[in-house]
Write a protein that binds this ligand. Structure first.
Ligand SMILES: *Cc1c(COP(=O)(O)O)cnc(C)c1O
Length: 361
């Protein structure tokens, strides 16, 4: 069996270093916002060549705190892609803001810049784009719209650590870049974790407060804050893995290239373009008989996944917000996409075997 994902095998190369880091934290006795969090913030900011990084509890909270830091009036409209993991939209709703969904581009699955302007109204305050599957959005087009309409730009980069567009890193184009370190992400912890990148000292100071009860100094509170801190032990694990992030992305690229070069034309493959370095958090293909294809692969010992089976506007929790609206492109993707094994522990031999089975479908 070739599983779609196996977190134990994914992390096997790091276990000795994880144990050493765990012991360091255990023995120094400082378990909340200690030196591991501070070190990770410094190193993740350096990795992304940006002034500030704030470690937070998870990727959803990273988006929520970034939106809170913008201080938009209640009911302001935030443009988000119709085709995303639900967390992006939940964050907008948790802040009492209105998510306005915009269809993706069928070729790269990210928000279609050509459809953004028609969704902008006098209440629009921000573009919240998502670099889905590890491919950056078309940032030239998005930044042009941000500037023309004087909007905030937030990038949900939970799937795109280290991805670039024209050599600039995901999460560094706009006002805030948010990340998740959920265990399956390209930079994954052994539990929950997240981070926010930003460019100004004022935003950094505000976010540092917001994640910690609105406080800089213990028992003195400046704003109405939250408890959304990055855990010290998770930060220690992330410090072990961060130096390998580029290596992890390169390995996923090698596997992706094998798929891209060898799968036959029955499958719609992800596009590659010289302006983009994709990190393949997810390597997906599309096929009109997706469910049959998934069952066929499983019968042949190959695990797959679907990202995602139900479009956000069709979810029970959200559908009442989007009645009368249609997102056929997003639905087409949800009905036909299939994610193939492309984890750090998968081998080229695994991919050759999967290609052979797929090409016989
Ligand atoms: C994983 C993910 C999130 C949420 O991250 P958590 O750490 O699980 O809260 C948000 N947006 C996208 C696009 C994601 O893939």
């Amino acid at each position: 069996m070739i599983p779609y994902e196996d977190l134990k095998r994914l992390n096997a190369p790091f276990t000795e270093q994880f144990r050493a880091s765990f012991n360091t934290v255990l023995e120094n006795g400082y378990y909340i916002l200690g030196q591991e969090v501070a070190l990770f913030e410094k190193q993740f900011a350096e990795f992304n060549a940006i002034p500030y990084c704030i470690g937070v509890s998870n990727g959803l909270d990273a988006i929520i705190l970034s939106l809170k830091a913008c201080n938009f009036p209640e009911g302001s409209e935030i443009i988000v892609p119709a085709n995303t993991f639900i967390a992006t939209i939940l964050a907008v709703l948790q802040c009492n803001l209105k998510p306005v969904l915009v269809e993706p581009d069928i070729d790269n699955y990210n928000i279609d810049p050509q459809k953004i302007e028609q969704a902008i109204t006098s209440k629009t305050r921000a573009l919240l784009v998502v670099h889905l599957y590890g491919k950056c959005c078309n940032m030239d087009a998005i930044i042009a719209i941000k500037e023309k309409h004087n909007l905030y730009l937030l990038e949900d980069s939970a799937q795109a650590h280290g991805a670039t567009y024209k050599n600039k890193l995901a999460g560094t184009f706009g006002d805030f870049g948010t990340f998740s370190f959920y265990p399956t992400k390209n930079l994954g912890a052994l539990g929950d974790g997240g981070a926010i990148l930003c460019k100004t000292a004022a935003h950094n100071a505000l976010l540092m407060q917001l994640r910690n009860y609105g406080s800089d100094k213990k028992y003195y509170n400046e704003t109405i804050g939250y408890n959304c801190r990055l855990d010290e032990i998770q930060a220690a694990f992330l410090n072990v893995k961060l130096p390998y992030l580029n290596h992890i992305s390169a390995h996923k690229n090698e596997l992706a290239n094998l798929y891209l070069q060898n799968l036959n034309s029955n499958f719609i493959l992800p596009v590659k373009h010289a302006d983009y370095y994709d990190v393949y958090h997810i390597f997906n293909i599309r096929h009109p008989r997706r469910d049959d294809l998934q069952a066929y692969l499983l019968k042949n010992g190959i695990g797959t996944a679907i990202h995602y089976p139900v479009a956000p506007h069709r979810q029970k929790a959200l559908k009442h917000l989007f009645t009368g609206l249609e997102f056929p492109v997003s639905e087409e993707i949800h009905q036909t996409t299939l994610s193939l094994p492309c984890s750090y522990f998968h081998t080229e031999d695994n991919v050759w075997k999967i290609v052979e089975v797929l090409n016989k479908f």
